[in-house]
Design a protein around this ligand. Structure first.
Ligand code: AMP
Ligand code: ZN
Length: 112
């Protein structure tokens, strides 16, 4: 998807603050952080939303990758949140599957 923002970030065509990557996933800092740590974890593969995901390996891998990001950001013990906003009511604005990793402060529940 040449016109997808996160595909372009994954290819390095748009600059981002990448903190971790491997052959399947990339993590970079959110441009508009909602917590002291706010990282986006994405698959390199273009998948528009969670509804479109077919591979348990990809989804499982993404969550484990997000967990490793939280660990390397020092959040594991205090706690953190991994969020996948999906479609309009879920608040999704970028249609390339991503997991938000949020932490570094107490996060309220329920979300707004
Ligand atoms: P969502 O609303 O769940 O689709 O999340 C999209 C996220 O992407 C938002 O938190 C945005 O702040 C973030 N975002 C948008 N453009 C960029 C960018 N160029 N670099 C990093 N994060 C971005
Ligand atoms: Zn994409």
């Amino acid at each position: 998807m040449t016109d997808c923002l996160f595909c372009r970030i994954a290819k390095g065509e748009i600059p981002s603050k990448i903190i971790q990557q491997d052959d399947r996933f990339i993590a970079f800092r959110d441009i508009n952080p909602q917590a002291p740590v706010h990282v986006l974890a994405i698959p390199r593969e273009h998948i528009a939303t969670l509804n479109d995901a077919r591979s348990a390996d990809t989804i499982g891998g993404l969550i484990l990758f997000a967990r490793d990001v939280a660990k390397s950001e020092g959040l594991a013990e205090r706690g953190y949140r991994v969020v996948v906003n999906t479609n309009k009511d879920g608040g999704q604005t970028v249609f390339h599957l991503h997991a938000h990793v949020l932490g570094g402060r107490h996060l309220e529940w329920p979300p707004g």
